[in-house]
Design a protein around this ligand. Structure first.
Ligand SMILES: [Zn+2]
Length: 54
């Protein structure tokens, strides 16, 4: 099951949602913190965060 990472445009909360492709097309994803619906989908955010090496 793919994970989708979103950032809320209202409270800036970043959260991950696990949805099938079918669910992704049907379900209305809302922010778990403020229930806001203005979300920005982050692409490849997880790999960017974990690539911190010095
Ligand atoms: Zn929010």
């Amino acid at each position: 099951m793919p994970a989708y990472e979103y950032q809320c445009q209202k409270c800036q909360e970043v959260f991950t949602v696990f949805l099938t492709l079918a669910e992704h097309g049907h379900k209305r994803t809302v922010c778990p913190k403020c229930k806001g619906r203005k979300l920005t989908q982050l692409l490849g955010g997880v790999s960017v965060i974990t690539s911190k090496k010095s």
